[in-house]
Design a protein around this ligand. Sequence first.
Ligand code: ADP
Length: 769
Amino acid sequence: MSDKKMQVVFASAEAAPFVKTGGLGDVAGSLPRALVAAGADVIVTVPKYGTIASEYTDRMEHVADFYVSLGWRNEYCGLERLVIDGVTYLFIDNERYFKRDYPYGFFDDGERFAFFSKAVTESLQHLPEGFQCDVLHCNDWHTALAPVFLREFYQGLPLYERVKTVFSIHNIAFQGQYADTILNDILGMAHIPNAARQLRCDERSINYMQGALDYSDAITTVSPSYAWEIQTPEYGEGLDGILRRRSNVLSGILNGIDTDAWNPATDPMIHANYSAADMSGKKACKAALQEELGLEVRDDRPLMVMVTRLTRQKGMDLVTYALDRILSGGVQVAVLGTGDYEEPMRYFANKYPGTCAARITFDNALSHRMYAGADMFLMPSLFEPCGLSQMIAMRYGTLPVVRETGGLRDTVAPYNQFTGEGTGFTFANFNGDEMGDAVFRGARLYWDDHAAWDHLVQNAMAADFSWVRSADEYMNLYHNLHPEIDITKPEPVVAEPEPAEPTAVEAEPAAPAPEPAVTEAEPAPKAEQAAEPADDAKAEAPAKAEEPAPKAEPATEPAKKTAAKKTTASKTAAKKPAARKTAATKSTATKAAEKPAAKATATKSAASKAAATKTTTAKATATKATAAKATATNATAAKTTAKKPSTASVTKTATKSTATKAAPAKAAASKTAADKPATAAATAPKATSAKTAPKAAAAKTAPAKASTSKAVTSSATKATAKSAAPKATAAKAAAPKAAAQDSSAATPAGKPAPKAKSVSAAKRTTRKR
Ligand code: ADP
């Protein structure tokens, strides 16, 4: 092992806080910092857009300039440096391409980002003294040509020999597809048969992302489930074949969220701060939000919110279909967003004043208040590479209701009424009735079982969505590409603080003085007569009687239930990988070394971070020794294969992490499913397969998973499915629904639920973000 640090050049078309239009900007803003904390040297390359604020441009230092050949052109490229939080940013300066009002959406985007990709590749020769690039990490189609240029034009140069390339897919719907005249005119590659063949996607077009998938040493996407979904025709957007072929180097690494910016204990934008240890502030937040949005200020009404783009991808078809049923069933709904479904949202807000609110705008501060004030967060996406909102919601103790797809499937554990495990409510198929059922599973729990509800909230808040976990997985991936570089984190030198009193639930770092460890069930609220939702229902709402009316909260809460469930809270939290050598290094030896540490974590539930850090450190040390052997073996294989991008297998171990384990089988299964005609109305029969790894919790759920098959029905027929069960037997009566509740478990482990064919068509706007 050399003493050299892992040195990574991270190429992205956007990076917060300089420029951001979506999740990619968030990732490029947060991940490099986390990688630096994990022990890497990181340089982020971003175009120097005309829109970057002067507070940054004023501080940039010009470090180099050179010319980049692009077909017959020779284009100027300046490198402007800015260092923030230990991360070096190199801005690629060319005013002709980048001094514009907006990052994307121009007629010459193909040329602009071909330039950017080549400039990034060329700039590896102009990096600051002492920085020798080990990994060039490219993101999305804007940088997809860099691995292609690197292998075709720069491979022979010693500096480039050692550079391994990683390509991350943040959304496969955007691929960078252009007329093949570009091949000669701009890329200057028409005479290279290999490149021409691997970039071509049909007789007239080339596809940048396709090139990256063939030329990169490793491919990642932003969640394990999305990693295998995109190997299926339904989600692959035409690239599924290549992804299946390269599945040995494909892995999914979940994004994190900025846990400082999204922290209910310190958030200055919310009405009252709160933490897992003291949830009283959340009640105040809810009342304030109801007031602000013009909703009835009542705690006996579950408040469900959405903060989202109002698009088909985000499941707005299902929402508009099911809103009558949801609103007339006694659930308040508030939506914040802009997009194609603004009018329907306004319609529902007018139709159900006091119960439904729509804010058609982009408002970050209001989004904070909504995450904090809500009880549930709805996210029924058609597809979701990762998704941040559901993680933010959980951090604020707001239980997500999600469709089991992509990152939603990987981050939300479905509620299991038998064990109390889970962090939210899920459904499998892209079907409005299934979504409605999931919403009412949540609502019923809110009304009927406070202890169980509070327990889920604790589970959700204990989940680890920090970038630390993601950065560790990326470091493992880089290490697989460069086994000779040691990535062990230095031991923290900070003196151990006095162990605090053991608490079942960790107080947030900046929280007010910790309250008793676990929030007990609410003191009996007055058995105030909650108005039956039916009272509110409008005559035209056909679903009026279909949902049981919310009842007054019970006078006392069975304390034993709370106690019994405390233990299970910990399990969910403990399942989250905490340390470096987790997903990627899955040699048996490593796994064995991890076990004791994992157990230690488990016993402490959402243990204090101090404890968790200890465990992590111990684990890292333990695994290091064992991992060394594994990597040594890998190294040989890596060396022989690394030079050929198409056969690189070094990340094979990485792909063995959790959900991707069964990828080939899954891909095959999915293909079969895909071959079946699917319509929006027909839902998939639910198989009774075992749960996949990410949702291990659900594997222990309902012993028998009913195989159900539903069809989207009219509102009138719906009513029959939902007669109001007597409350005492509600849990039992819901047994068939338990299958749906565990529908993730019922989803075939290896394949996503078949869904409407129109999906691909809807997503096939591939050119721009
Ligand atoms: P996307 O596919 O749009 O990137 P994500 O869930 O990954 O979806 O991230 C969306 C982010 O944008 C979240 O942080 C969410 O809070 C924020 N957001 C979406 N719409 C709005 C809005 N109208 N106002 C404020 N924030 C919004």
